[in-house]
Design a protein around this ligand. Structure first.
Ligand SMILES: Cc1cc2nc3c(=O)[nH]c(=O)nc-3n(C[C@H](O)[C@H](O)[C@H](O)COP(=O)(O)O)c2cc1C
Length: 460
């Protein structure tokens, strides 16, 4: 029996996401990223295709490494301008029934209490379909815009993230016992206060004392996603993440990240299968192989090399304008996405990437994999990747909104279903239940649950 493949659509609340410059294509809709109908249409489309979720990347930094300036990114619309993805979710939830939502939110910018409340609200009103992509925020420009100071150092951001998680677990898991919300019309007691506890937190980063203002939502803690893949990032994922998003130019690197993170999770006392991996992939399927190749060639005409360079330079912290096309890229320690630099340097010993190769590779679909071909060929590729790397599924990027997802739903989904590698119907229940087949709450081996049990005996 083939493994069931899981799918998230991968998007951002900006014009063009991973394929820089493609918003110029006459069939692209992403220029309407700031219209609600753009998002509700997308949600309904991918729910028709039985996607597990919509994964929304986000951040408040602009891409300003290329030529030491943000000019190119601003002028060419490189993930800029960008609006807040969280606000679209309630409208999308209203027009769908099963689709999950992975919302990116940064531990550097959102105060834990307010964020925990907002996500609990989302989990309530979506009936337990909320997920959180935990990011630490590497960009200096966002940090400066936020509070006038640059971003924290790489490993310090992860220390802050660990602390943040410890605190939000207390809000979501530790303040309210099950059964505390009574809604008892007869007695007039809305809650049983003896089951609502004050939580306390006093750490280097956060101080908090009080009850959590939101009653427990269906999942309590939203499904936890994480994407950083440096050594420190993997340690963080192995501790907290339920879903890890991996993006790399080769299957070997992805396989190593999956195996290493699962090993670390086991060392933490977690079941390695309690972590699912989603690999970044952009598919260009056609009715025939030739149709797909023609489509790819057409898309490439709208790719923008300067915009791609601005994007890649921002991700890695390496200013590509300083190099010629034939120059090799070599490892430079940065305070940005260390894992993004590693992917093209140290992750595959002996593989040297030139600047030109990187630009051609990243132009369509960014650093993820690209699958171009007939529906059967794309399905073959997805199944081979799952088999070879151990990933659970894919964060599927788009080239053109919403054409790329519509093509996938029309052509590849039925092919995968015929092969028994993709669901025909959704499971019932919350996002966590749909993904893991167990209960709506985190398992006992997860630190969130440990926080709940510890608090249950300590609080007043
Ligand atoms: C595949 C991938 C996707 C990411 N998506 C986002 C994002 O949407 N928003 C964000 O602020 N950071 C994002 N990040 C950045 C990470 O959260 C993290 O801050 C950064 O990668 C540095 O950690 P690392 O060196 O462990 O990779 C992403 C990173 C990776 C590898």
């Amino acid at each position: 029996m083939p493994q069931e493949i899981r799918l998230n659509a991968f998007a951002m609340a900006a014009a063009s996401h991973l394929s820089a410059g493609l918003w110029r294509h006459p069939r692209d809709r992403s220029v309407d990223y700031n219209k609600l109908a753009y998002w509700t249409d997308l949600a309904q489309l991918i729910e028709r295709g039985r996607f597990d979720g919509l994964f929304l990347a986000d951040g408040i930094s602009v891409y300003d490494v290329y030529k030491g300036s943000s000019e190119a990114a601003l002028r060419l619309g490189v993930q800029f301008p960008r609006i807040d993805p969280l606000l679209m979710v309630s409208a999308m939830a209203h027009v769908t029934q099963h689709l999950g939502f992975g919302i990116t939110s940064s531990v550097s910018y959102e105060p834990p209490y307010m964020f925990a409340r907002r996500v609990a609200t989302l989990d309530h009103i979506t009936n337990g379909r909320a997920g959180w992509n935990i990011v630490t925020s590497y960009g200096d420009s966002g940090a400066k815009a936020f509070n006038g100071q640059g971003a924290r150092q790489h490993d310090d951001r992860y220390a802050l993230a660990d602390d943040y998680l410890e605190l939000v677990y207390k809000y979501w898991e530790g303040s309210w016992e099950d059964g505390a919300a009574l809604r008892d019309r007869e007695s007039g007691a809305f809650t049983d206060p003896s089951k609502i506890h004050v939580i306390r937190h006093d750490s280097a980063h956060f101080q908090s004392e009080g009850v959590f203002i939101s009653e427990p939502s269906p999942q309590r803690t939203p499904v936890l996603y994480q994407a950083g893949a440096s050594t420190r990032g993997r340690a963080f994922a192995a501790k907290h993440a339920e879903c890890v998003f991996v993006s790399a130019p080769s299957r070997k690197i992805v396989k190593d990240i999956v195996a290493d993170t699962r090993r670390r999770a086991a060392d933490n006392g977690r079941d390695p299968q309690d972590i699912q991996f989603f690999m970044s992939l952009t598919a260009i399927p056609g009715r025939t192989r030739q149709e797909a190749l023609d489509k790819h060639a057409d898309y490439l005409r709208y790719a923008n090399q300067e915009a791609t360079a601005a994007l890649f330079s921002g991700w890695t912290g390496i200013d590509l304008s300083r190099y010629k096309r034939d120059d090799p890229i070599s490892y430079i320690p940065t305070q940005g996405q260390q894992s993004a630099v590693e992917r093209y340097t140290t992750a595959e010993p002996g593989r040297v990437w030139t600047v030109g190769e990187v630009l051609d590779r990243v132009a369509i679909g960014g650093s993820g994999q690209l699958a171009v071909g007939s529906a059967a060929e794309v399905a073959d590729e997805l199944q081979a990747i799952v088999e070879e790397t151990g990933v659970t599924g894919f964060n599927l990027g788009y080239v053109l909104a919403h054409e790329s997802f519509a093509d996938f739903v029309e052509l590849v989904v039925p092919e995968l279903q015929r092969r028994g590698a993709y669901k025909r119907e959704y499971r019932s229940g919350t996002l966590r239940e749909k993904l893991f087949g167990a209960g709506p709450r985190l398992p006992e081996t997860h630190p969130a649950d440990q926080a709940r049990r510890k608090l249950a005996v300590e609080v007043d």
